[in-house]
Write a protein that binds this ligand. Structure first.
Ligand code: GTP
Ligand code: SPV
Ligand code: MN
Length: 647
């Protein structure tokens, strides 16, 4: 575990002041000195990539990231000097970063997939309709976008070369990447979120391929950086992906998924295109190990849209006696069939980048326990006793502390009208620190998946849990997912948005082709002598007439998982409904709940609501995927409509 340590003066100073750094003649790339690491550590392919990027971005110096804790500590120290982060003195080796308020979340409208033909990247919408399943950019416009932003963008700065692995370094399911960035915050965050440094570089011999990622926080066209502690260029931010060449180019934002390129850009967008080619699945899913009171262990994978409960379910603290839950991953799953046709998953990440607000010792004690050391918080509030604060932590801080909000202004509980922490504020923490990390979380072969769960924030009409009737029906349920919007992206207000498979912002290729790929998995598994997991849909967020949640959620969600695993075992504990299978009356264990739940309301399937839902899904397909909807999915919708009409 990294400890607080003094900067290691044996290493070269790593700051962006324009001191002339001399390096030996040979330790340079394209005339730019390598001030940390040695050019001989880079394979010819990596060197060529760095060289062409150096020529474009013109950094003053190059730093080859070694992945050591000493290195990370020096960079954290540099960031502190610059005012980007400050120490959280109450905890051990923890920091708070504050961003420019214009750079606080993913920017979906500026995220593009580049392919020769538009329909490779996104479905062609119905004429006159704006497509909402990603943005396409032509190869010519891709080049033009880079030329308009990148030349000279790293002048005066250091270019960091980050070699990293998505997945355990030795796993056959893992893939390697090189991220070039001018942000030390990104290096420190990638240090937590990925396996990175010299041990990855050693694996990247001359012929090894890697996913290319070029990132700059940018400089506004005016040359004026609004906030010196957080340089960015929000007006010109752009996130580009070119699946044909496995390339990512990101400009203008230093935040989360925009800048930590291993996460959404690689593991999901580029990852999904590789998965389609190679016959596996790259998904926005948590992975959880569940051991029941009899000692039988099963793993599930679950996809909920951003800020809809993946991290919470992945760290669930079960209220039912005798259950043990262990976390493999909280955001992304790469899933492949093994030689027997069993679906197995790895978590390609090495850390958690979790939503802070709503996380408390009541809702998620497992998360609260791990963020007390080696954590970088971003855009949370701070307390006068050197701690952190966010909405939901009201009972976790002493009442006499003073709070400073995420923008540096004094904040008073119950008085201030704005939130103390930004709604998309996050903690970034090494996964291995978690006491509930699964013993198999780094298994090279991945863990066997017994159930796939979809879900979202649905205040009305959608029951707590239901099971798909078949694989195709399950794929239909994933494609028809809708959820209330959250603060994880730039959407305004609360609307119910379609978010198929929780992947709408992360598809690397045409959603119609993606559904088709999912459908093929059933036959692939069967050919190998296996079968795909059962599919379920959950909704923790159904509300009653007074706007209160009907289900207590969090640790109590283990009751729903128990039923799901009983169904996986083939137990006859269900009741067939027009939308799928729900728990038979009394099949869900309500014993010991703090307050009684209204089972009838939780599981009611209002005919009027579902007729409208079907109509909405039909309209959505007609608008968004009129040409690429697989006939199997169209049939599932027709069948659902017929069943509801007969209710
Ligand atoms: P991303 O990291 O953006 O992908 O989010 P996520 O899907 O991991 O969501 P997360 O678990 O961080 O939860 C987001 C918000 O939902 C937090 O404010 C949680 O408190 C809240 N939440 C999570 N689970 C539940 C639940 O079972 N019931 C209720 N009512 N709220 C929940
Ligand atoms: C999400 O939005 O799903 C996240 C946060 O996990 S980010 O990494 O910023 O995409
Ligand atoms: Mn996520």
């Amino acid at each position: 575990m990294p400890q607080v340590s003094e900067p290691n003066t044996k290493l070269h100073p790593i700051n962006d002041c324009p001191t002339k750094l001399r390096s030996s003649d040979s330790n340079q790339i394209g005339g730019t000195p390598v001030v940390h690491g040695n050019v001989t550590q880079l394979s010819a392919k990596i060197r060529a990539y760095v060289e062409e990027s150096v020529a474009l971005c013109q950094p003053d110096r190059i730093h080859i990231v070694d992945g050591s804790h000493e290195e990370s500590d020096i960079l954290l120290h540099t960031l502190e000097t610059r005012g980007t982060i400050k120490p959280v003195t109450h905890f051990e080796h923890c920091w708070i970063a504050h961003t420019d308020p214009a750079d606080v979340a993913r920017v979906e409208s500026r995220t593009f997939i580049c392919t020769e033909r538009r329909e490779q990247a996104i479905p062609t919408p119905r004429e006159g309709v704006r497509g909402t399943l990603g943005n396409w950019i032509s190869p010519a416009d891709y080049e033009a976008a880079i030329k308009a932003r990148f030349p000279g963008c790293m002048k005066g700065r250091t270019m960091y070369v980050i070699p990293y692995s998505m997945g355990p370094i030795k796993s056959p399911l893992s893939k390697f990447g090189i991220e070039l960035t001018d942000s030390a915050y990104v290096v420190c965050s990638m240090h937590i979120m990925t396996r990175m440094g010299l041990n990855v570089l050693e694996k990247l011999t001359d012929n090894s391929d890697f996913i290319k990622g070029l990132h700059s926080v940018g400089t506004p066209a005016s040359g004026k950086i609004a906030m010196a502690f957080w340089p960015c260029d929000p007006e010109r931010t752009i996130i580009l992906h070119k699946p044909a060449t496995n390339e990512i180019v990101s400009y203008g934002s230093g935040y989360g998924g925009n800048s930590l390129l291993g996460k959404k850009c690689f593991a999901l967008r580029i990852g999904s295109t590789i998965a389609q080619r190679e016959g596996w699945l790259a998904e926005h899913m948590l992975i959880l190990g569940i051991t029941n009171p009899k000692g039988v262990k099963k793993y599930i994978a679950a996809a909920f849209p951003s800020a809809c409960g993946k991290t919470n379910l992945a760290m669930l603290n079960p209220t039912l006696p005798g259950y043990k839950m262990e976390c493999v991953g909280d955001d992304i799953a790469w899933m492949k069939l093994d030689s027997k046709g069993q679906l197995r998953a790895i978590n390609p990440e090495n850390g958690f980048f979790g939503v802070a607000p709503g996380t408390s010792s009541e809702t998620n004690p497992n998360a609260m326990n791990i963020v007390h050391k080696n954590t970088i918080f971003t855009n949370v509030a701070s307390t006068s006793d050197g701690g952190v604060f966010w909405e939901g932590m009201e009972h976790d801080i002493s009442p006499d502390v003073e709070i400073t909000d995420w923008m540096g202004k004094p904040w008073k509980m119950g008085v201030s009208k704005t939130p103390a922490a930004h709604p998309n504020s996050r903690f970034c923490v090494p996964a291995r620190q978690s006491a509930i990390i699964d013993p198999a979380w780094e298994d090279n072969d991945g863990v066997p998946i017994s159930a796939i769960i979809f879900g979202g924030r649905r205040p009305d009409g959608v029951p707590l849990v239901y099971e798909a009737n078949s694989w195709a029906h399950g794929v239909f349920i994933g494609s028809a997912m809708r959820s209330e919007t959250t603060a994880a992206a730039e959407h305004k207000g609360k609307q119910i948005m379609h978010d198929p498979f929780a992947m709408r912002p992360f598809f690397g290729y045409n959603f119609g082709h993606y559904m088709k790929h999912w459908l093929t998995m059933e036959e692939r598994a069967a050919k190998l002598g296996g079968h795909m997991p059962k599919i379920f849909h959950i909704n923790w967020f159904r509300k009653g007439d007074n706007g209160e949640y009907l289900w207590p959620g969090f640790g109590e969600n283990c009751r729903v998982l128990e039923w799901i695993l009983q169904r996986v075992d083939g137990q006859d504990c269900y009741e067939q409904t027009p939308i799928g299978r729900i728990p038979a009356p009394g099949a869900l264990n309500y014993e010991g709940l703090h307050a009684p739940v209204n089972e009838k309301k939780l599981f009611s399937i209002p005919k009027d609501f579902w007729l409208l839902e079907v109509e909405d899904i039909r309209q959505y397909y007609a608008d968004q995927v009129p040409h690429d909807l697989p006939p199997e999915i169209a049939k599932e919708l027709d069948d659902l409509q017929r069943r509801i009409e007969q209710m």
